[in-house]
Write a protein of this length. Structure first.
Length: 301
């Protein structure tokens, strides 16, 4: 009698190198937020962000493993290859951020005043948070497009960079809302418009790739992405020149941090963060433009 269950299950989803990496992600993620929730503890926006990262990544990873093991992803109207590649890159960025933030704000060498048991739980959670980041980075490394390989767009260097660009833009937005005084000059408002426009278009590119709807567009998607990336480079060049001038030139702002500026609530600090990550994103868009000239991909994988 023929087995009815075997052919319907994809064992490679948990036995392949990528499958093993995802099982490790699930294990490390569950262990991390369990240690924090049980005894490690968390508080304020930083701790809440870390817990969100660990629980969100765990939930999506379980969903991916389940879909691949049961072939249910074939029933979804999305480009599965683009979705998993995009999530792996996003989870890598989010997990490394949490792996830095949690020990920075919650781990201490001494036992006072939280107690040795709580300290030990927090140290253990930090270790597993680091392992979680390594597991997601391993998946990105394993699934990235090889030179000359025809693959899903989000698995290419250009596609992965889109996720990083959007993530960096979110850091910029976080600094903008933290009393950055961006509305003080029309020039700095232009920079905000640049950040917003590039972020929105980048997210749209990712969304079309993940949903597999690029074939429905009335214009060539690949060429449009390259043109947009070139435009984003030019826009970020303008922001990289304008923002530092209107924030750190003595005529408009302050070259040095004001001595009376409160820690954590200083506009100058936010302006510096924005300037740094503006250059980071400019570099990312330049690299993206260079790689987008020689990629080959299909949207339905």
């Amino acid at each position: 009698m023929e087995s009815t269950g075997g052919p319907y299950l994809n064992t490679a989803a948990v036995t392949s190198p990528v499958g093993i990496a995802r099982l490790l992600q699930m294990t490390f993620g569950c262990t991390t937020f369990s240690l924090v929730a049980h005894q490690g503890g968390f508080s304020a926006a930083y701790g809440t962000f870390c817990m969100f990262v660990w629980t969100f990544c765990f939930a999506v990873t379980v969903f991916i493993i389940t879909c691949e093991f049961t072939h249910l992803h074939s029933c979804l109207s999305i480009s599965w290859g683009n979705f998993t590649a995009a999530f792996a890159m996003l989870a890598t960025l989010m997990s490394v951020t949490a792996a830095v933030i949690y020990p920075l704000y919650f781990v201490q060498l001494g036992c006072y005043p939280i107690g040795c048991e709580v300290r030990d739980f927090r140290i253990a959670a930090s270790v597993f948070a680091g392992l979680l980041f390594i597991a997601y980075a391993a998946e990105v490394f394993l699934t990235r497009a090889k030179p000359g390989q025809v693959t899903s767009y989000m698995a290419t260097v250009s596609g992965l960079l889109k996720i990083v660009q959007a993530f960096v833009a979110c850091i910029i937005f976080g600094a903008l809302v933290n009393d950055s005084q961006h509305s003080k000059y029309v020039a700095t408002q232009w920079c905000v418009a640049v950040y917003s426009f590039c972020f929105v278009v980048t997210v749209v590119v990712v969304a079309f790739s993940v949903t597999g709807k690029t074939a429905l567009l009335c214009f060539p998607f690949e060429r449009s992405v390259v043109v947009y990336t070139f435009g984003a480079v030019l826009l970020y060049v303008s922001a990289a020149v304008i923002w530092p001038v209107f924030c750190f030139d003595s005529k408009y702002g302050s070259p040095r941090r004001p001595s009376l500026c409160a820690k954590g609530k200083c506009p100058w600090d936010s302006q510096l963060v924005i300037a740094i990550f503006t250059y980071v994103n400019l570099l990312l868009y330049v690299v993206d433009l260079a790689y987008s000239q020689r990629i080959r991909f299909v949207s339905h994988l």
